[in-house]
Design a protein around this ligand. Sequence first.
Ligand SMILES: *[C@@H]1O[C@H](CO)[C@@H](O)[C@H](O)[C@H]1NC(C)=O
Length: 797
Amino acid sequence: MVNLKPPIINTFHFILIFVLILGSGIQHSLQNEFISNYSNSLLSHVPRLLSPKTTVLDLSLNNITGIQIEDFKFLPKLRVLRLSHNRIQYLNISVFKFNKDLEFLDLSHNNLWNISCYLLKNLIHLDLSFNEFESLPICEEFKNLTQLDFLGLSAKRIQKSDLLPVSHLNLSNILLDLERFYGEKDKLESLPVLDTKKLQIIFPPNRALFMQLNISVNNLRSLEITNINLNNDKCSFFTDFLSKVIHNSKSLNLTLCHIEDTWKCFVEILQFLWHKPVEYLYIYNLTLVEEISYEPFTYDETLLKELKIELLTLKVYLFTQTNIYDIFSDMNIKMLTISGTRMVHMPCPSKPSPFHYLNFANNLFPDSIFPDCENLSLLQTLILQKNKLKHLSKIADMTEKMKSLKHLDLSQNSISYDEEKGNCNWPESLLVLNLSSNELTDSVFRCLPPSVTVLDLYRNKIKGIPKNISNLETLQELNIAFNFLVDLPGCSTFSSLSVLIIKHNSVSHPSAHFFNSCQNIKSLQAEDNPFLCTCELREFSKNMATLSSRVVSGWPHSYKCAFPDDYKGTLLKDFHMSPLSCNIVLLIITIVLVVLVLVIVTAFFCIYFDLPWYLRMIFQWTQTRHRARNIPLEELEKTVQFHAFISYSELDSPWVKQELLPNLKQEEIRICLHERNFVPGKSIVENIINCIEKSHKSIFVLSPNFIQSEWCHYELYFAHHKLFHECSDNLILILLEPIPQYNIPPKYHKLKALMARRTYLEWPKEKSKQALFWANIRAAFNMKLNLVEEANNIEMI
Ligand SMILES: *[C@@H]1O[C@H](CO)[C@@H](O)[C@H](O)[C@H]1NC(C)=O
């Protein structure tokens, strides 16, 4: 058995529910409340050691079988106690005698069959419904519950006297659970007149208990009856019952839940209520049985404003459908809801209808409802959510004559628009159009009412917004989420757009056009798009960040890069690229500039510091060091008497005497000088050869003068010869002054070849460079060499 929860909850109820929803932890405090939440915790008894500060204690949905005074003794501040959905069988109200502040006590849905009385003066809400009480659990003490607002009761039998103690209380809500009632048959029980704004009665299913009850209420504003089982015979008993309950009320909300009824009786009840002070009639879960035939209906004047029928089951299979439809379509009320039925049609009212609001959600209506209907000219809201609608142009035609239509909900159908199948003529009044969850494609933009301000195209198949569509100048809100758009739309066609929802599309690299053209945007939702994080996206992120989280929902946490893989998952906010890598022109300029600077710096070093000279000298130095290391010492030591032989032109002798010799002497380098070490009696050539043979190295001081001297050339020839002979590097060429190649006479081809092949040491004029020059000379000599002494023709220089 399904028990429908009261749909209308009083304010106190609501605040408490709110407070409890907020309480997520076991214990926490909220302003002045200290909430302990043990709901659904498999408890078999009330937990001890609760904080004495507890004001709200939720023990609902457990297995508690009994409560004792000790359970609550130390909770002096307890105001709210929820014990519903447990297994408590017996209640002695005095267990709460230390809880003087207790206001809210919910013991519904337990196994209570007996209570002992005690007065809890401050009770506002007392719920004992859905229990196993034989008779109504009402104590004499209840008559002093002056604060009481809500009283929930249950019983299997009722006697008039039971309700007496509470009959004078001025309550807001009485819940009378008579679901397990088995009172004596055919005995009419008259209850005392009650005073409450709202009365909820739950009858047993499958039994017409109202025939045995006579209830009358003062000040009733809302009546809710659950489980009504009628057939044609019992119908008048039910209307009698109703007329007694409501006879005093001036305007009433009536809710009837779970009715099983014949069509004839149902029309009878409607007809009865049509002339009663009922303003809102809500029928939930109606089952029609037996047969459906034509029933006349007199509309006349009625106080009824709204009829709402939700969930209709037909257990009749053969009938003329118009018997049902006609009654509804001609109703003279403002608001009608018929939803969750399997109705397939609704005819146009036969005369101008007062309908303002029609809700036919969740039925089986096709495009052909209200064909060419002129009698709905007052209709403002039409809800056709979740039906079988297919063609947008046909629906537009249907609404064309509804001159007041403002809000049209066509969501959750299978609507598409084929341009071939005709134009769309919408009423000019249409402001809100809900086309969400349909089959619409890009073409829908050619079939929209020009006056629309709110357009919902959520979850369709739109890939793009065509360029040449007519302007939707009044459109303020566009929901186009869950489609396949690849870019944000600009506002050139929607000049008033202020809310755009475009989440979950295929927008990868949104253009900046949107931000330029949409100046009025107040809210933007663009999360869940596969953003491609490249240079172009920086502009977009920048614009989003400027709009701030007040405008952009979910910014920055819901906006992430989807591509490229390197950036996947990075927040757009944190995605940066250097301006350089994003700007080709800037990049080229920078490279050119860097190269230019390098060239200038190099040129400067070359010109100002003679960098190439240094480089050459250093290179030679390392080369010489390397070579010197490779020559085996012992071999040399056998033959060599001098470190070096110097060959130079007489004209260069001032430099040799003043610069070269003193420096070599400093390094203790032994020199064979021809004018000094020559052996008399030998020919000049013999002497030269001798000198070269006895020296480890030969130094040649090259200059234009050198070339002029024949002797020098001989010396060079011999030295070079030795070089090839012994395969050792024993030539040191010093270029004292530059010798232009053309100056070298052709017969000195040896010299030419040497100069071209062998690197020579240039004598620098600048003092600063000379140190390096001498270092190079030094490096050319292997100073560990032990020279052979030959006393008679050697002299230390
Ligand atoms: C459109 O209808 C859907 C339900 O089908 C609803 O969730 C949505 O809020 C409606 N849109 C507007 C703008 O009312």
